[in-house]
Write a protein that binds this ligand. Sequence first.
Ligand SMILES: Cc1cc2nc3c(=O)[nH]c(=O)nc-3n(C[C@H](O)[C@H](O)[C@H](O)COP(=O)(O)OP(=O)(O)OC[C@H]3O[C@@H](n4cnc5c(N)ncnc54)[C@H](O)[C@@H]3O)c2cc1C
Ligand code: SF4
Length: 483
Amino acid sequence: MMDKAAKSSYDAVVVGTGVGGSTFAYGLAKRGLDVAVVERGDYFKPATKDLAPLHLHHFQSLSVVGGQTKAFGAAMYRLRESDFTATEMEAGVSPGWPISYADLEPYYCEAEKLFKVHGSSLNDATEPPRSAPWPHDPIPHQGPVQELVERVTERAGFPVSYIPRAIDYDPDNGGKCVLCRRCDAYYCPRDAKMDAEVGALRPAVQTGRVTVLTNTECLRVLTTPDGKRVTGVVLRKAGEEFTVLTGMVALGCGLRETPLVLWRSRTSAHPNGLANGSGALGRHWGAHTQGWVFPMSMGVQRKEFHQKTFAINSFYQSGPDSTQPMGVIQASGNIEPLGMSRRYRYVADWILKHSFQTFVMTEALPSKETGFSLSDDGAKTIAEPIKNKQTFSKLRRHAAKIFRSAGYRVFAPTMETNFHNVGTARMGASPAESVVNGNCKAHDVDGLFVVDSSVLPTSGALNSGLTIAAVALRAAATAHLAG
Ligand SMILES: Cc1cc2nc3c(=O)[nH]c(=O)nc-3n(C[C@H](O)[C@H](O)[C@H](O)COP(=O)(O)OP(=O)(O)OC[C@H]3O[C@@H](n4cnc5c(N)ncnc54)[C@H](O)[C@@H]3O)c2cc1C
Ligand code: SF4
């Protein structure tokens, strides 16, 4: 895709080419709008033709066309109906959304088609209702995974489901995916992973109505003197600043950058940042608490196989020792332990050679206090999402027990990270408590939208990419009318 030169005005400017920004741009372009998509990074050009491992430290701040999805695991799940309503959890209440699962369902269908999701509802009692069948059959479990699935089902007595995957797998009809061992945390050199660039931005550009401006940073959003309406954006490319006029701006810069762009856009009408009348900007950071569990099997990774196909979702709503939601157990790709010191790397390499890699995920809660302070120097963490600590530990123990019952020795280190971060420009019904409404439009500025992970009020316990895409498609369906 070649960049065209920027014109001086567009119907809409979308900032950021992550899954939110790219999908929103697609939604507008297919409705006939003339759209500029601004991305501060470039197209990802790996140094070699091999799968290029992306270092762990870059994960949350990838400045490339496609954003984080360039390295994502392409697990594209729908949240469950209960995730949209307020739910009591160990550490507090997971707040409800201003929209319901039913409001989002048609857009989940559209997003699954766009991103070529391969899935099945088999063995997953938590699967929510769907108005269209899965677009593609699930990715088959391969050799060692099939054996693990049978052992977990028969010996441990737990149903094992398929992970819905957004990959171009269709061996009989020229699908590009060869089911290699990587995927998760790696770039796909075959363009077979339906990341935001391949899955949404290219179809958007193919409409002929989208101009992609790479290596171009959005410095701020411009508004009318009374602050009530968007008028344009100030961009910078190769050190030069210029203005593009538009009546619609959609920010898809990700969890930290979207609040920062709004902060930098403050005026006397919006002294605490654009769209921040509530003070919610940068706050309400939610996430998943994620930790690793390795079912050990000597020499298993000597074979080349694709492992990210299986999940156990039986603990989603409750567990044997919890009446509250616990989370999921999910296969990851085969990820090298990059960024570790030599000493730890040797041990990690050994474990990875002789194990399947899986992780457990539990929702971590947002609150007014979780999030970042915003300044012209950047976003500084105030407090992290609130962990449901005991629930998470129990889930990790259940996962270990299941794999042990299936006949595997298990290594389950007690380390955990925040993953699938959400919430720092959250949607809500009340302008006093949220940044945008249920259609992703800023409460207090017309023509301004936020369309990325930062609008999701909560993370549920499933990967958020498909939900970000569905929310963006729904926003696009109303934005071109509302403006
Ligand atoms: C290794 C890894 C594996 C993952 N696996 C999965 C998975 O299997 N399933 C899943 O659902 N999720 C997965 N995720 C999470 C998922 O990728 C993210 O939640 C999602 O991609 C976030 O999308 P986003 O639209 O919020 O923006 P981002 O992906 O954060 O993109 C924001 C974009 O905006 C650009 N930008 C920022 N500021 C500016 C500016 N001022 N001007 C111009 N451009 C700007 C950035 O360069 C970037 O391209 C994974 C993430 C990682 C890192
Ligand atoms: S599994 Fe398929 S989509 Fe994923 S990196 Fe390998 S070839 Fe690409």
